[in-house]
Structure formats: C-alpha cells, structure tokens
Design a binder for this molecule. Structure first.
Ligand SMILES: *Cc1c(COP(=O)(O)O)cnc(C)c1O
Length: 422
C-alpha cells in the first residue's frame, strides 16, 4: 500500500502508483524526472491558457518579487491590484464595475454567494434560496459543494451541505422545461441568485448548451429581481472561443467569478466582479453592512502582477486567432469520429472538445476513466476522462501535430478499452 506522506487531491493512494515528479514545464509540455515529455492536453486542469511558463508572465513575476510579497489588503492597496482591477473592468461584460479578490475558483464562488445574500440582507428584503443547474460544479468548499451536483464526491459531507433548487440540464429540445422551472422557482420571491456555468458544465462532463438559454435565464432572473451569478472559472479567458462565455449570449451577469486562466495558470488568484448595485448595497455608514470576507492572501501582489502580464498578452498577441485555429483543428480531428459507433455526443466549443465513450454500464463504467488515463500516459499524454467522457482542453500554443497525436491516441485507447470489455 502506498502510504504517501503527501496526500494528493482526488487521489486514491491505494490504487495509484507513486506519482512521477515533474521537473520543469515548457509550452504544452510537462517534463518528468526521467526526461519524458508529456503533452498537457488538459492544461493542468484547465488553468494554463497560453502555454506553460509564458516568458512575459514569468518575467512579470520575477520583477514583482523585487518589490513585493504579501501585503494586508484590508489596510492598503498596491499598483498590481489596481492595474488588474482596471483591466478586468475594461474587458468584462459592460456593467461589472467592482472587483473583489480571492485565491481560488471555489472562494470566488463563495464570495459571489455571500455578495448575493448580503445584497438582499442589507436591503432589508432577505432571500434564502439559491438556484443551480444539475451536473454543475462550483468548487470543493462546503458552500460550493452545496451548489454543485451531489454524488460519490460529496456523499460523506452531505450532512453539512445546504439545500438548493436544481434546474434540469437544458439539452437540445428540452430548453423550455429548464426555463419554466426557473420561472416557477423565482415566483416564490425567495430566490437570491442563480449560480451557473455559462455554456459548458465542465466537471459535470463537458456538457454544452445553447447560448440562447443563458440569455433567457438572465431575462427571467432580472424580471424577478434574482441575481445572476456566472461562474466563469473554467469558461473564462477564451476557453469557449470568446474572452468570457457570457459574451456569446450578450449577457452581463450581476456577478462574475474568474480564476483558472486569470494569471495564465502561473499563480493562484481569483476575482469576483459585481455591478454597482451590489457594491452599493454594502456601502453604508452602518458597519454591519460591511462585506465581511477576506483571506490572508487576498490580492497577492505577485499573483496580480502575473495577471496584469496576462492581460497584456491578450492585448498584444493574437490570442483569439490562436483559439480560432485550435477550434478548427478540433473540428477537423473530430470528423473521423462522426458515425463511429464507439462514441456518442461528439461536441466542441472554442478550445474544448469532448466525446462520450460508449461502455457497457455497471461497475465497468467507473473503471473506464482510470484505465484510459493510464493508457494515455503510456502514450505521452495527460488526458483525464471524466468517467466515460473523453475531452481535450489544451493550452492555446498546442500545434496541429501535437493535437493530431492526442486524437490518434483517443482512437487507439478507445479500441483497447472496449476490446477488453467484450
Ligand atoms: C475548477 C472550478 C471551480 C473551482 O476552482 P478551484 O480553483 O479548484 O477552487 C469552480 N467553478 C468551476 C466552473 C470550475 O471549473
């Protein structure tokens, strides 16, 4: 039994061999202790956007360390945080005017939930319900687990999770059911906020839905005075083809959460953006109306400097063009799987492509993911299927040959896994 001193996340140590050490990263690759280059086809869990160790971001980090470490942000401000806030307000959907910093996707969503409840509390019209979408994922803290899909991942913590109202996933043709249910939840007058991953439910299995649904959900929310929280932690920074996914529905959320690609994946940082209405509801000479939230590393100056450098890359390099090329490459590669009876639900949006391996149901389903992951690693690829959902979400620097290699491996690995199942 592998009694590792380091307890790795989402890892069953009894079933995994000791982990390989990564000694450096380079563009689309992780380099392990044996000098083996592994193509990071999932961007190290969706954080790396341009590629590992983009020179401008690394340089900005080095420069920032000449002046800063952590600075208490409840007492002082600093230039990297100010420049970043300015830049974020500029690129975010119009109407988002204020930026609250934290340090992970989960905390950015916790902050959003607290902002929403605080908004209604401070206005003296408290609301106590939160609406979410089935298959959603918003993080691993108690609050964000409460808003996410329930299952084996959080069964043990169930006694501590709060109740939420769940909308069915708006699959093609089923959209009206989702909208009607949202409308009926809102009619109670108790719904403080809808928390939703725009366009793609990531951890729930790369489930993609239509931008029109997002626009109509926003319209219903607005009509009932319910706040619209867009969890763009995964979808932000170009993942779905636009800077933020909400842009594709022409939606300005009341609150927007961003983290993963904020620093290009170099350092942990998160931001929760909100409208003036929400900020103003906390603005009062009454101290009880203060927004009571902080973490020790709020607005870490080095992380903020990395994010400022990331913004500069977006302004000075053809990032959207790269994303467009990647989208085309996905489409061309996915063509070979059309009509392939081993797969269903072949789909893509922006830099994300996914397909479901059709595996015999039952216990075998749970084993397909880990088996494929191991076979991918043997082929020099980091790909971690979500159950039977195989997806690619590479950094934007990946080239046609590298991506082709990943698709070849999917083809081969699917046959191996299905072959041994028969
Ligand atoms: C990853 C993710 C989170 C949680 O972010 P962490 O940085 O892991 O806490 C929240 N929401 C979405 C949509 C995510 O994909």
């Amino acid at each position: 039994m592998n009694r590792s001193a380091i307890w790795h996340p989402f890892t069953q140590h009894a079933l995994e061999s000791p982990m390989k050490r990564i000694v450096s990263t380079d563009g689309a690759y992780l380099i392990d202790e044996d000098g083996y280059r592994i193509l990071d086809a999932i961007s190290s869990w969706w954080v790396i956007t341009h590629g590992h160790r983009h020179p401008a971001i690394m340089e900005a980090i080095r420069a920032a360390t000449e002046a800063y470490d952590q600075i208490i942000f409840a007492e002082f401000s600093h230039e990297p945080a100010e420049r970043l806030a300015e830049g974020l307000v500029e690129i975010a959907p119009a109407g988002l005017k204020h930026v609250f910093y934290s340090d992970s996707g989960s905390t950015s969503v916790e902050v959003a939930l607290k902002m929403a409840l605080g908004y209604f509390h401070n206005r003296g019209e408290p609301r106590d319900r939160v609406v979410v979408m089935e298959h959603g994922y918003h993080g691993d803290t108690i609050g964000t687990m409460s808003t996410g899909e329930r299952g084996v991942f959080n069964a043990a913590y169930e006694p501590l999770l709060f109740g939420v109202d769940r909308l069915p996933f708006p699959g093609a043709g089923d959209e009206q059911r989702t909208l009607d249910m949202f409308e009926s939840f809102c009619r109670s007058g108790r719904v403080a906020a809808l928390v939703i991953e725009p366009l793609v439910l990531g951890a729930g299995g790369m489930k993609i839905y239509d931008a029109g649904v997002l626009a109509r959900l926003k319209e219903i929310a607005q009509r009932h005075g319910c706040l619209f929280i867009a969890d763009e932690v995964m979808t932000g920074w170009g993942r779905t083809g636009t800077m933020f996914a909400c842009e594709q529905a022409n939606v300005t959320p009341d609150i927007l959460c961003t983290s993963k690609g904020l620093t290009g994946g170099a350092l942990p940082l998160a931001a929760t953006l909100c409208t003036s209405d929400i900020f103003d509801a906390h603005l009062s000479t009454d101290r009880r109306k203060t927004f009571f939230h902080s973490s020790s590393y709020t607005a870490n100056p080095i992380a903020c400097a990395a994010a400022v450098a990331n913004l500069k890359i977006w302004r000075s390099e053809p990032v959207l063009e790269r994303i467009g090329n990647l989208e085309t490459l996905h489409r061309q590669n996915l063509e070979r799987f059309q009509g392939d009876e081993r797969f269903s639900n072949i789909r893509q949006t922006g830099t994300i492509a996914a397909l479901d391996l059709i595996v015999p149901s039952g216990g075998y389903l749970a084993e397909a993911g880990p088996r494929m992951r191991k076979l991918f690693r043997e082929r020099g690829l980091l790909i971690r299927p979500l159950g039977n959902v195989v997806y690619l979400m590479p950094p934007y620097c990946v080239n046609a040959d590298e991506l082709g290699h990943a698709y070849d491996a999917i083809d081969e690995v699917a046959s191996i896994v299905l072959g041994s199942a028969r």
